[in-house]
Ligand binder design. Structure first.
Ligand code: FRU
Length: 486
């Protein structure tokens, strides 16, 4: 079927359900989420003709994953996003079963989307698939046309490279060349990343397996992203199937990075250990972009595969994290909410030097779509923290455990949906814990000690479970509490 017709059919389907979804108590207020039906990975995060663009994996016919389209949002400031028409629909033989994840790049004034064309070749989605890399182009950043040379990378290279699991191109330019990395696995299921080079985005030359897992590093690396920062090369990727190690790798799949140096000639990346980008429950397939001022900004899918998603009963599924700026400090990435989000702040409430013994709340410090900044002096308390979205015997607990030097995020009593605890190691600095928390109707994102660690979770409480409480086992001092509605 004609591409435009398929897009219109999908739009009509999404529109039919849109109003119902907008009335859901779990529909995010300031996070990107689909107007209706299914969303996964961020795709094509870019800046083009004065606007940020974020595309996403979209199934516009049900709140379940299905043949993938690319949904589309755009923004002038990273804080307010507006919906744009669906950008890609699977209408060609090479992408007949889905336009899978990919990225975007500007060339000669046009915006190119590079994505994976997916074909099922039998009933088993793990073995019966064929994937190629394709391009679509736009002159206005709104309507896209697939190019006649598609697919531009086909087949997967020879060697110890799985011939079919071959996807998620992330493209960038360096010097006179374009490069892309692709998610891959070896023939015996070890995650790896492939590096390609091109002069024109159309003809691609395979350079090398840039990096490959050793030890507990998963059977497939999805959604790779490679960029330079402060003279180092950073490879971000989403390894499937790493085994839990203590507090680490507790989710079904992981998202993290390694820091190293890429030799563009040999195509080999020398790198250090894998680090996680977020220690919560719901964070996958992050994608980054360099904005016009050179900042590196990251957005991830705020869900996890095979996790229960109660919002599906409300005819949608999936949301994106807030945009986070990445900063390299002492060889590790910090992630911080972009300051543009401050533009959304309304209704400021401020407290300082409040002593807490037992449990307390503060007048006006509550809500379902808020930003919270808190600095806590731990004093002699050995355990202390916050309860978010509390009420109706529901609460999402954030607990500092001094003995363990860790922050625990506990959503066992959060409401509907999956429970569980996730922990991140955090050292107090001068006995202080600094938190920047973003609550939106079905999510919490927690940035600890200036973005040293982040923890993200989807939660599904009742609408009027909106209290925020502070508690401790001895006494603590809230040096500063700021709250804004967003
Ligand atoms: C990651 C992923 C990608 C793939 C896409 C399909 O979440 O599995 O590897 O391109 O989702 O929707």
């Amino acid at each position: 079927m004609n591409h435009q017709k398929k897009v219109e059919e999908a739009e009509a389907s999404v529109n039919k359900m849109r109003e119902k979804v907008s009335g859901s108590p779990w529909k995010p207020a300031y996070h990107m989420s689909p107007p209706s039906f299914w969303m996964n990975d961020p795709n094509g995060f870019s800046y083009y003709k004065g606007e940020y663009h974020l595309f996403y994996q979209h199934h516009p016919f049900s709140p379940e994953w299905g043949p993938m389209y690319w949904g589309h949002f755009k923004s002038k400031d990273l804080a307010h996003w507006e919906e744009a028409p669906i950008a890609l629909a699977p209408n060609e033989e090479y992408d007949r079963d889905g336009c899978f994840s990919g990225s975007a790049i500007e060339k000669d004034g046009k915006l190119y989307l590079m994505y994976t064309g997916n074909q099922w070749t039998g009933p088993d989605h793990d073995t019966d698939l064929y994937q190629t890399q394709c391009l679509a182009v736009s002159e206005d950043g709104m309507t896209f046309e697939k190019i006649s040379e598609n697919p531009v990378i086909d087949p997967a290279p020879e060697g110890d490279i799985h011939p079919y699991h071959f996807r998620d191109p992330k493209v960038w330019k360096k010097g006179d060349h374009y490069y892309c990395v692709l998610g891959s696995r070896t023939k015996d299921d070890v995650g790896q990343v492939l590096l390609y080079r091109s002069e024109d985005l159309i003809k691609w030359e395979f350079i090398n397996v840039a990096a490959k897992g050793e030890g507990n590093f998963g059977f497939m690396w999805e959604c790779p992203d490679l960029f330079e920062m402060d003279g180092r090369t950073i490879l971000v990727m989403s390894p499937q199937g790493m085994e839990p190690e203590g507090n680490l790798y507790q989710n079904l799949h992981q998202a993290g990075y390694v820091v190293g140096a890429l030799d563009y000639e040999s195509g080999k990346l020398q790198h250090g250990d894998f680090e996680m980008l977020d220690y919560g429950f719901d964070f996958y397939a992050p994608q980054t972009m360099a904005d016009p001022t050179g900042r590196r900004i990251m957005i991830a899918w705020m869900n996890m595969w095979e996790s229960q998603m109660p919002e599906q009963d409300e005819n949608f599924a999936g949301a994106m994290t807030i945009p986070r700026e990445l900063i390299l400090e002492n060889g590790k990435l910090k992630s911080k909410p972009v300051p543009e989000l401050e533009k959304r702040r309304r209704n400021h409430k401020h407290f300082k030097n409040v002593t807490v013994e037992g449990e307390t709340s503060l007048p006006g410090i509550e809500g379902n779509a808020v930003e919270l900044k808190v600095t806590i002096d731990a004093k002699k308390a050995s355990q202390f923290g916050l309860k978010l979205r509390a009420g109706h015997k529901e609460e999402t607990e954030l607990l500092y455990i001094k003995e363990e030097r860790s922050v625990a995020l506990d959503r066992s009593l959060a409401g509907k949906g999956p429970g569980g605890v996730r922990k991140a190691e955090v050292e107090l600095d001068e006995n202080l814990l600094k938190l920047n928390i973003f609550i939106d109707h079905s999510s919490v994102e927690i940035f600890i000690n200036g973005g040293e660690k982040a923890m993200t979770a989807r939660i599904y409480p009742q609408k009027d479970s909106s209290q925020i409480r502070f508690f401790c086992d001895d006494s603590i001092e809230l040096l500063q509490v700021d709250k804004w509605d967003l």
